[in-house]
Design a protein around this ligand. Structure first.
Ligand SMILES: [Zn+2]
Length: 241
């Protein structure tokens, strides 16, 4: 297996989860010169709208918009993500191939069971990826930090990222998913995520978390560990509270 290292790897249960949860932050990291990648666990084949082929095309377009270098799909069954050894090994292989410093993943308390299972599966696999005796043919690698993004259910964020300058890019990446999100020309069934108010919620949530931090738009994140700042002035002097 060739090593194609990235600085940041963002996991989603379904193609479009990463764009919703941390698309603005990924665009910002790419602008800052970091190498980013996306791993979709499933092909989204259980979605009420669209086809797997269309979803791949949409995901590739969104990756281009976010300036992501790698996007892979692990083809775990949609609506059937299990925290099994088989699936943990799939995640370990991809973590050892890309060797990210930071990993983004869904917060494992959510409306969609796939997001819950994905959050737990990725959390465990990233830990075990640091153990050399598991899949010993691949050099061990443990990401430095797991950063959980918000899907539907809210949490009190550990920090938010100011995406005021990247909010438009995030919305463009979401609009690439023409089969999934609000699209007045789509003839088929309406779903939770395809309604107009879902897209409005993407915007007002970004404004809400931005408002809390004194910026226009922000994405919220949770980490389990306490974060130590070594240089507090540049971070804390920017807020407008
Ligand atoms: Zn999802």
């Amino acid at each position: 297996m060739t090593v194609e290292s990235v600085d940041v790897l963002a996991f989603g249960a379904h193609p479009d989860d990463v764009e919703l949860g941390c698309g603005g932050t990924l665009a910002k990291l790419a602008r800052q010169g970091y190498r980013t990648g996306i791993v979709d666990l499933t092909e989204g084949e259980m979605a009420s709208r669209g086809t797997v082929e269309a979803r791949y095309r949409e995901a590739a377009e969104a990756a281009r918009i976010l300036n992501v270098r790698q996007r892979v799909n692990l083809k775990i069954p949609d609506a059937g993500i299990e925290n099994s050894e088989w699936n943990r090994h799939k995640i370990i292989e991809v973590v050892r191939r890309y060797r990210p410093t930071l990993v983004f993943l869904p917060y494992p308390n959510d409306r969609h069971p796939d997001h819950i299972h994905a959050g737990r599966l990725i959390t465990e696999a990233c830990f075990y990826s640091g153990l050399a005796k598991i899949l010993p043919d691949l050099p061990a690698h443990r990401p430095r930090r797991l950063i959980y993004y918000l899907c539907t259910y809210e949490f009190e964020p550990t920090f938010v990222v100011d995406i005021t300058g990247e909010f438009e890019i995030k919305m463009k990446a979401l609009q690439a998913y023409r089969s999934q999100f609000h699209n007045p020309d789509w003839p088929g069934e309406q779903t939770f995520v395809s309604s107009r108010w879902f897209m409005e919620a993407v915007e007002f949530r970004a404004r809400h978390f931005g408002y809390k931090a004194g910026v226009q738009y922000a994405e919220p994140f949770y980490v389990r560990e306490t974060i130590a700042l070594s240089d507090i002035f540049p971070v804390l002097s920017r807020n407008l509270m």
